[in-house]
Design a protein. Structure first.
Length: 544
């Protein structure tokens, strides 16, 4: 593995080697953590340790001597709360983040300098192997043997996310690789069953319902619950490293004399995605949304001002989940529907403003509406800083076309040239529709004729039953009542013609037979019932 990675970055050897920071959160014990830091010292140019306030001063003195930077912090649930703050302390080009009960294997330690020289990836997933049932064996089946962890990342805040969800403390953007060089996890051999059971219950309460391999994901901590948990030996070189860390004694020499900095809760929480958020903002509408077509999606520029005390994050996955959205109201102020969500394009600090093109989808029914734009904290509340405008939603000038494919293509081309205000919608049975081109929807061929054969009279009762079902569905839809959904594209056909002002029956290469005549007749009847004007296009002249 290390040789393969080395070949990828051979061309980069002429440049200066990127720096690596190894960091971890811990409460001790001092001896084991100091031994882990000694293991990392040859490959990491900086060692950063955040020591929570449950540890005593003796532990702080020992780790201050072993680390380049030690900061004490107040422990608060959840356990990953300080992780973004910890990353902010790191100065290396890359960051290796470990738990204090993890030990990198010999091959991983050897590969780290090569891994961080790669220029074609932004992060690596490392394969974590779980020690069980002693310190020289590891679990050798799923889910433990496939437990990849995101632990090695470029130190670029624009590439990193720190979700507040349990068991998912870090996300990274960009290309990446999965590295099958073990990172050993010692929790199962260090922690008694009762404490692991309590931890599993606590994690389940924090994020209920997560499952892996058909079982609660927190059963990872409880291999005793599995009837047969197969193991295999830890390779000999790694056994020595595991033994050196887990059996480490107190470091020799005097305690470190320098003072240790203490971080406050505010310093940590202002970077945590689960932090409290003030719902105070201001919106300024820079465009005036006076008219939209029914079903049209458009953007309107809005200046967003953060009047709160914490930064609002960018992107669809940013937390806290602050988005721009809207509601459609009728003229009496009754709410009709909620709208699309638009994330912020960049982080928005307190007091700053950002221009955001907000995506708005118009109602399907024409009419006069009131558009209310506001900020929303997902799953929490609307901000209540809305701006409102009266908007006229006009009917779409959509024309559905059905018939010979070549003739339809020629007609669409002429529509684009001669009547660009019309929106063509091709009804077709072609399942391999081109990626680019006019919009399309299923015609009635699959719905009406699938499973039938030309000339076979025994198929007509089936065709008649399908025709009756289509007629009932069209009548109920025209009356605004619900109907049983049609299969084989029938429902999509009704959606298409219901939103079209006209149905253009395009003549071309003749399709003969009673089935084809009935297909065209049924298509026109359903469209007419839903309010579409029927136009027969039999010449090259476009008459719309």
């Amino acid at each position: 593995m290390a040789e393969a990675v080395s070949q990828r970055v051979e061309a980069d050897d002429r440049t200066a080697a990127p720096s690596l920071t190894a960091c971890l959160l811990t409460s001790g014990p001092a001896a084991r953590v100091a031994a882990l830091l000694d293991l990392l010292r040859p490959v990491a140019g900086e060692l950063v340790v955040a020591l929570d306030d449950r540890a005593d001063d003796g532990t702080a003195s020992v780790l201050a001597a072993a680390a380049d930077q030690l900061v004490r912090y107040p422990y608060r649930e959840p356990v990953d709360r300080p992780l973004p703050w910890l990353f902010s302390l790191c100065r290396g080009d890359w960051i290796l983040n470990l738990d204090d009960d993890e030990i990198p294997g010999a091959a991983l330690l050897e590969a780290l300098p090569t891994l961080v020289r790669a220029r074609d990836v932004t992060h690596y997933w490392l394969l974590r192997r779980w020690l069980w049932s002693d310190r020289e064996s590891m679990l050798a089946e799923h889910p433990w043997s496939t437990d990849y962890q995101l632990r090695l990342v470029r130190n670029d805040p624009l590439l990193l996310r720190f979700p507040s969800e349990t068991h998912r403390p870090l996300e990274a953007l960009g290309p990446h690789r999965f590295v099958r060089l073990p990172l050993y996890h010692a929790d199962l051999v260090l922690t008694p069953f009762e404490r692991r059971l309590a931890k599993a219950k606590k994690y389940e309460a924090l994020r209920p319902g997560k499952r892996n391999a058909g079982r609660p994901v927190n059963d990872l901590f409880l291999p005793e619950r599995f009837a047969s948990a197969r193991t295999e030996p830890v390779p000999a070189p790694d056994r020595a490293l595991v033994r050196a860390v887990l059996a480490a004694g107190a470091p020799a020499g005097p305690a470190h004399p320098r003072a240790v900095r203490r971080a406050g809760e505010q310093e940590i929480d202002e970077l945590w995605s689960g932090r409290a958020t003030e719902h105070r903002g201001r919106l300024e509408l820079l465009d005036e949304p006076e008219r939209l077509l029914a079903g049209e999606q458009r953007t309107f520029d809005v200046r967003v001002v953060n009047l709160g005390g914490t930064t609002w994050p960018w992107g669809e996955r940013g937390e806290p989940e602050i988005r721009l959205s809207y509601q459609w109201l009728d003229r009496d102020g009754n709410q009709l529907e909620y709208g699309l969500r638009t994330p912020l394009p960049a982080d928005l600090p307190p007091g700053d403003a950002e221009v955001v093109p907000v995506h708005v989808l118009a109602p399907d029914e024409p009419g006069r509406y009131r558009l209310r734009l506001d900020l929303v904290h997902e799953h929490t509340c609307w901000f209540g800083c809305a701006v409102e405008r009266e908007v006229t939603v006009e009917p779409r000038r959509r024309v559905a076309l059905v018939g010979d494919p070549d003739a339809v293509a020629r007609t669409v081309a002429r529509m684009v040239d001669e009547t660009p205000e019309l929106e063509p919608l091709v009804l077709t049975s072609d399942r391999c529709w081109p990626r680019f081109g006019p919009a399309h929807a299923p015609d009635l061929r699959a719905y009406l004729l699938d499973g039938t054969t030309p000339g076979r009279l025994s198929d007509w009762p089936r065709i008649a039953a399908r025709s009756l079902a289509l007629g009932r569905a069209a009548r109920r839809r025209a009356a605004g009542r619900e109907a049983r959904p049609l299969r084989r594209g029938g429902e999509e056909f009704l959606d298409a013609v219901a939103g079209s002002s006209r149905l253009l029956l395009v003549a071309g290469a003749a399709r003969t037979g009673l089935r084809e005549w009935w297909l065209e007749r049924l298509t026109a009847r359903a469209a007419r019932r839903l309010g579409a004007e029927i136009v027969r296009q039999r010449t090259d002249e476009l008459d719309l």
